[in-house]
Design a protein around this ligand. Sequence first.
Ligand SMILES: Cc1cc2nc3c(=O)[nH]c(=O)nc-3n(C[C@H](O)[C@H](O)[C@H](O)COP(=O)(O)OP(=O)(O)OC[C@H]3O[C@@H](n4cnc5c(N)ncnc54)[C@H](O)[C@@H]3O)c2cc1C
Length: 335
Amino acid sequence: MNQAFLSLKTLHTFGAEAFGREIHFIRSEDDLQVFFGMDPTSYYILGGGSNILPVQTIDRVILRNEIKGREIIHEDEESVTVRIAGGEDWDEFVQWALDQGWSGMENLSLIPGTVGAAPVQNIGAYGVELKDFFIRLEGVLLTEGKAMVLNKEACRFGYRDSVFKQELSGNFFITRVQLRLNKKFKPQLSYGNIAERLKEKNITHPDARAVSGVVREIRRSKLPDVGVLGSAGSFFKNPVVDIDTYERILVLTPEVPHYPAKEGYVKIPAGWLIEQCGWKGRRIGAVGCYEKQALVIVNYGNASGSEILAFAGMIIEDVKSKFSITMTPEVNVWR
Ligand SMILES: Cc1cc2nc3c(=O)[nH]c(=O)nc-3n(C[C@H](O)[C@H](O)[C@H](O)COP(=O)(O)OP(=O)(O)OC[C@H]3O[C@@H](n4cnc5c(N)ncnc54)[C@H](O)[C@@H]3O)c2cc1C
């Protein structure tokens, strides 16, 4: 199962050159045993590499999740519960589920990466998050070599957040995920321009496949194709700010967009903040802020991880000095 393989360039979507000490391809739960009890700062867990930015030579072992398999573990009139291995490709799984006539995940079509990484940041798009149909997951706490099953509450899902980015960060290997999908389609069309696109196509009674198709079209028109232009999608999280901060910005810029968050807070789109600071479409060397979506930082050529990180740092500074808001990266920086 082991293979010495030093360059990480083709194993992550930013396309920045980086090196790891060794890469281990994990194809079953048994392959993890070798790492039981190891210091968690001696390895990184890797899925599809679509949400990481390696910034230098990484003196760690890389454990790449390649555990495959899908099974139905429960079925009734309303729903089906599936158990999917963490190394499965997320979008292939979504399309397979749609082919079976199961819905719930159509708004999350075309998100790159693996099923095993999806709970880590509670992936979300167009008003739907993984937590909406999540049941439980299986994994191994590598430090103790302990197999565990975590339910939704234990995963502590939040906005692009979970226990796997907090207490269990870096040492809990997610092996399988269980999700409940609907047999009866309940569309979620209120977010973004899904409804508008369906109307343009004269689709008045869309099924889940039609919604997925429209989501794919919108994403293709707005986001870079990582096969052509390196990126990790949204580089920053949308900042959640308290009402006082929001009202202060409102006085300066009455058109500030915002979305509801937890009580007493609102979410402000990071892309808007970045645009207001003049970064949209701006480029320094081989790094740039994508011209169609300011939230996305792109690698136009041979930018290094450090150059990409420095570029992100300049954006953070500008937003902080103009709005007194400190944006945080959604991308996981590997050092
Ligand atoms: C063009 C583009 C568009 C995107 N759009 C969206 C979007 O709409 N919504 C969204 O939420 N995200 C989006 N993303 C981000 C990314 O697709 C998701 O975060 C995805 O879940 C990452 O999966 P991955 O397998 O590539 O994870 P990786 O990048 O390999 O890893 C991400 C993190 O998860 C950890 N990890 C990976 N696998 C496991 C595992 N099995 N067990 C424990 N930890 C693990 C890694 O250590 C790392 O910290 C986008 C990315 C790109 C490039």
